[in-house]
Design a protein around this ligand. Sequence first.
Ligand code: ADP
Ligand code: MG
Length: 266
Amino acid sequence: MAAMLKLENVSHAYLGGQGTALAVEDVNLDVLPGEFVSLVGPSGCGKTTILNMLAGLFPPSRGLVLLDGKPVQGPNVRVGYMLQQDYLFPWRTIKSNSMIGFEIRGEQTRDAESKVLELLAELGLDGSADRYPHELSGGMRQRVSLVRTLAGDPDVLLLDEPFSALDMHIKLQLEELVWQTLRKRGKTAVLVTHDLQEAAAMSDKVVVLAANPGRVERVVTVPESIRQAGPEAARKLSDFEQLVEQLWTQVAGKEPDPAGGAANGQ
Ligand code: ADP
Ligand code: MG
């Protein structure tokens, strides 16, 4: 199957006062249509940089970023981006916030509006369409943010730590809701998270990155039983802890390095 998203030998350096700093070095990544991929790794290993390049916010210094086989040349309506902060406009109602994508594209049709109202209902927000962001809990606001991202019907969703500011039980609920919603629609997703359990519970594969410079350390394929289960059920499966353990070992860099390099042998 051809990749929906592809990074080919991608490196990125930021220009700064002290010269250039290499944030990401020679990253290769394939995300298949409908696949859910997580990026994990220490702070500063280039997770957000990679998502931003996938979103077309800036081009890589070197290498290729491809969406459905074509070079990404800027933001694309086929790619939605959801962040940790919800960036809802406080002076707009939930419905009006959810309509922003259509508004920007001059597509505020009745169809668009009913689609947004349907999505709000599906995500349990039907009673909140005319309320304002400050009247909603953090979890509800993130659901609005998801509605807004899904409203334009993107093929790909990029999610940068969308659950990390939430209380544990709300976070678990949202993981399940997001997973179910994306899977039902066959969306392709790339999630950045520092929560290895979350990555294990939601993903088809987990890309472990290393820092300085950011690079792919390993790609862990999630066992079929866990992939099929959905996050809540996945956490209860017998091989789940083992998967989390495996990710933990790799992120912590405790595995013996086959090249005989930086292993610390703990
Ligand atoms: P992560 O999301 O994994 O924490 P980032 O992609 O944000 O990592 O950052 C990767 C590296 O690039 C870090 O060393 C960070 O300091 C640097 N960096 C990120 N954004 C910028 C920027 N706008 N200008 C300069 N350096 C940046
Ligand atoms: Mg980041």
